[in-house]
Design a protein around this ligand. Structure first.
Ligand code: HEC
Length: 194
């Protein structure tokens, strides 16, 4: 969890004095109420900003990998949801942009295998990746392959030039998008605990 805020000047000066007085304060992560949090200062042309964040020294490589994986899934979701607003809900977005987003979805989909290279199942009763991913690797691979195939279908369903764009291309592309969504839901249903 991170929170961003602009630190008032008086507080900035106080923090500065404290830091000078006890240089180990931030490094030890004992600056906030949560001992695992540190305050990162980011001065710059727009003023002095700071952000509270988990102490990098307290986060091991597996936890960082899982965190990275979840953000990458959210990125995939961002591509999917923005395409959905354009295709299903007719947001006024030009076909070139839609084609670029479909390409992004497909490209990001290619990275899914690397997100599960490391065996990092979630703990009992916690939401996240199930151990089944690493126990049934062929089955998981099949889901990844199917997802990749549907994202390629979507790219093909989007006109590459205005000449290819007939009146019905959007409802057709939306149908193909439904096929992509089916793959998201099926993989989650089998390999993810919510
Ligand atoms: C081949 C399997 C697979 C496919 C396909 C897949 N996901 Fe996931 N997704 C997972 C797994 C497994 C997790 C749990 C990862 C974890 O918590 O470590 C996950 C987690 C997520 C999360 C939660 C991330 C978080 O912050 O905890 C979102 C959102 C998500 N997926 C969206 C999507 C969308 C949208 C699609 C389709 C466009 C998709 N996923 C396709 C396997 C898949």
């Amino acid at each position: 969890m991170t929170t961003a805020r602009r630190t008032p000047l008086v507080q900035q000066v106080a923090v500065l004095i404290l830091c000078v007085a006890t240089p180990a304060l931030l490094a030890d992560g004992h600056s906030g109420s949560d001992p695992e949090e540190v305050e990162l200062r980011m001065p710059g042309p727009w003023g002095d900003y700071s952000e509270a964040m988990e102490d990098p020294d307290a986060v091991d490589a597996d936890a960082a990998y899982v965190g990275h994986r979840r953000h990458r899934m959210q990125l995939l979701s961002g591509y999917y949801r923005s395409l959905e607003m354009a295709l299903r809900y007719d947001a006024p977005v030009d076909p070139e942009t839609i084609a670029r987003l479909a390409e992004g979805l497909e490209r990001h989909g290619q990275d899914i295998p690397a997100l599960f290279d490391r065996e990092t199942p979630t703990g009992e009763d916690e939401p996240g990746a199930l151990a089944r991913i690493w126990e049934e690797q062929e089955h998981f691979q099949e889901h990844m392959n199917n997802f990749a195939a549907r994202t390629r279908d979507l790219q093909r369903a989007i006109p590459q030039s205005p000449a290819e764009a007939d009146d019905d291309w959007e409802p057709r592309a939306t149908e193909v998008l439904n096929g992509v969504r089916h793959q998201c839901l099926a993989c989650h249903d089998t390999f993810r605990r919510r």
